[in-house]
Every structure is written in structure tokens, then in C-alpha cells.
Design a protein around this ligand. Structure first.
Ligand code: F0G
Length: 351
């Protein structure tokens, strides 16, 4: 089997690139679509997980960033900027390092997971913590990109969505058709818009016979699309999706309505339960924001929004190692023993 070359080379004819576009890649994409037997049994459906934590920086953002940074370099940019709840900044910093350009990052102070902060810093981003939320950071980043020579690489940049739509192509390739339903977390609403674009393009190209109903999941304290109004002070343990005024709001509504899907919310408690369930029964360690999609699947199965017998793909958007604090906090603390086999056997429940 030929080695995966990164999504620009793999999907070159379906992306807005030319032979002269510089390809800035870490060989992102080509992520596993893993069957989820535990979730399938619980829901009476055939459930697959699109494991986007397997991307080079541990989240789906790399799909958008390879495109956005390649196009920025093509247009002569020497610097990029983004606002972020963490993953976008980690990805932007890595791709900027790869391209040899400057990366500026604005994050909400105290509200991003430590692993993501570590990534942005280690790749050499110029990072400022802003005394505000993500929506404030995005407004600042947009203004700076208008006033200074720096390219904005948030998902309002259309190249980002072009890259991210390739996840839908991979799913159709792997399953031989589109699934009946697709569940994914919604924050700034770029990804649901990108997937919908990808599924529509595949359908129009004759690669699939159907388009999935798109089920977008927001956290209950940060659910502006569900409420139909901006949430001024969004709050959730899932910091990745702690967003009160999504930039791609209208596109997300279009994906919902055109697909016959839904955008719903789940509580932090539901998210934490799904997080543990995924880790313990499927062996897949995701971050809390990603577990929202599975929490939404379980809620939708329980209340009949998703019927039994259908095929579902759930995108789990980011790796659990991004935020180890939650993993440690949500499990019993390990005990310490002397160097003693009997004691070890006893404590491990082997004796
Ligand atoms: N899941 C994770 C792990 C995320 O980091 C994000 C967004 C989403 C889901 C939601 O995707 O915004 O396209 O609806 N993270 C952005 C960031 C906002 O800055 O890293 P969306």
C-alpha cells in the first residue's frame, strides 16, 4: 500500500490548489475510522468513530491548517494569526514552524487545556492570553488581520473548511457510501459546515448514494445555536467548544436544515460520562469537547432522534492527552505500595 502523503496530495483534484501551490504538510488526514462495538450495542445501530486525534498535532484542525498555511504562503504571507480555545493554536503553531513563518495566537486566559498551550509554546508561537473569552479573541484576531500584514487562519478562512471537508471524503471511501447520520461537536461551527460541504460534493460527484443527517452537539452552557441567541458568558468543562457566538452559525444552520438533521445540547455530566465510556469500553481516549459528539449520539438514541438500525459516524475531534488533568481527576487516585509481590497482587485484585 502506498504511504499516505497528506490530504493535499491525496485529494489534490478536489481542493483549490494548483501545481505551484507550496504544500505545507505533516501528512495529516488518513485517520482511522474505527468500529465502536460498545456504542453499537447500546444504540442498536452500527457506530463508527472517526478518530481525528490521530492527526499530527492531535486534532482535526490539521486538515484545515495544511490548506490555510499552504495558501497563506502561496499568497506571500510571512505571518499567520488565530484566536483559539487551544487546538487551532497548536495546529497553527506547528504548520507555521514547518513553513518557517511567524504564528501569533490569542487564547482566553486560563481556559485552554495545558497540552494545547504546551504545543503552541513549543512550536514557537507568539502567544497572548486575553482577559476575555474565545469570541473576544476572535474579534481581536480579525481586527489585527485587517490592520496588519498577517493572515487569519481561523475557520472563517475558507481554505480551512476546504481542508476539513476531506474527512467526509475519507469516510465515504472507507464505508463505500455516506453514513445515515453524522454526529460531531459544534463550537465555532466550522467543522460541521466543512463535513456537510464534503458530503455534498461526494454526492454530486456520484461517489455516494446519500447524504447523512448532520447532528451537531453543543455543550449546554455554550449552546447559542440551540438557544437561537448569542451566549454572552459561555461555560462548560469542554473548553474546546466554549464558544458563545460561532462564526459559521449560518452555515451550521444550513447543514442542519439541508440534511434534515439537528443541533442539540448535552450537559457537562453527559460529556464526562461519554468521555469515560469511550476510554473504558472502546479504548479510545479523547478530549472532553470530542466526547460531546458521543454524548449527543447517546442522547439522540435515547430520545429517538436517531432510530435503531442505522449507520452512524461520530467524529471524535481531539486526543485525550491534550488535557490529562481531567483524566486524572475523573479516576480514583493510584495508591503507592512497598516493593512487595503479595501486596501488589492483593491491591491489583489478582489474589
Ligand atoms: N472539538 C475540538 C476538540 C475542538 O478543538 C473544536 C474547536 C471543536 C470540536 C469544534 O469545532 O469550532 O469547527 O465547530 N476548536 C477551536 C479551537 C475553536 O480554537 O481550537 P468547530
Amino acid at each position: 500500500m502506498a504511504a499516505w502523503r497528506g490530504l493535499i496530495e491525496e485529494f489534490r483534484d478536489r481542493l483549490p490548489v494548483t501545481a505551484t501551490t507550496p504544500v505545507i504538510t505533516l501528512h495529516e488526514g488518513g485517520t482511522p475510522l474505527v468500529a465502536a462495538p460498545g456504542l453499537s450495542e447500546r444504540t442498536g445501530c452500527e457506530v463508527f468513530l472517526k478518530v481525528e486525534g490521530a492527526n499530527p498535532t492531535g486534532s482535526f484542525k490539521d486538515r484545515g491548517m495544511t490548506m490555510a498555511v499552504s495558501k497563506a504562503v502561496e499568497s506571500g504571507a510571512k505571518a499567520i494569526i488565530c484566536a483559539s480555545t487551544g487546538n487551532t493554536s497548536a495546529s497553527a503553531a506547528a504548520y507555521a514552524a514547518r513553513a518557517g513563518i511567524t504564528c501569533a495566537v490569542l487564547v482566553p486566559q486560563g481556559k485552554i487545556a495545558l497540552g494545547k498551550l504546551a504545543q503552541a509554546l513549543v512550536h514557537g508561537a507568539r502567544l497572548l492570553q486575553v482577559d476575555g473569552n474565545f469570541d473576544d479573541c476572535l474579534a481581536l484576531a480579525s481586527k489585527l488581520s485587517q490592520d496588519y500584514p498577517v493572515a487569519l487562519v481561523n475557520s472563517v478562512n475558507p481554505d480551512r473548511l476546504q481542508g476539513q471537508k476531506t474527512a467526509a471524503f475519507e469516510i465515504v471511501d472507507a464505508l463505500g457510501d455516506a453514513p445515515d447520520y453524522h454526529c460531531l461537536p459544534v463550537g465555532n461551527a466550522g467543522n460541521i459546515s466543512a463535513y456537510w460541504m464534503g458530503y455534498c460534493e461526494d454526492f454530486e460527484a456520484g461517489n455516494s448514494t446519500r447524504k447523512p443527517k448532520m447532528i451537531g452537539i453543543q455543550a449546554a452552557g455554550a449552546d447559542p445555536i440551540v438557544r437561537g441567541e448569542v451566549v454572552q458568558h459561555p461555560s462548560t468543562i469542554a473548553t474546546a467548544i466554549r464558544i458563545g457566538n460561532p462564526a459559521s452559525w449560518t452555515k451550521a444552520l444550513d447543514a442542519r436544515d439541508a440534511s434534515g438533521g439537528a443541533i442539540r445540547s448535552v450537559t457537562d455530566r453527559d460529556i464526562l460520562a461519554a468521555y469515560k465510556l469511550l476510554a473504558r469500553t472502546e479504548g479510545v481516549f479523547v478530549e472532553l469537547g470530542s466526547a460531546a459528539s458521543v454524548a449527543g449520539l447517546l442522547a439522540s438514541s435515547a430520545d429517538g432522534l436517531i432510530p435503531r438500525g442505522v449507520r452512524i459516524v461520530c467524529t471524535v475531534t481531539g486526543h485525550g492527552l491534550k488535557d490529562p488533568d481531567w483524566a486524572v481527576a475523573s479516576a480514583p487516585a493510584p495508591i503507592t505500595i512497598p516493593v512487595d509481590a503479595h501486596r501488589a497482587a492483593h491491591e491489583l485484585g489478582l489474589a
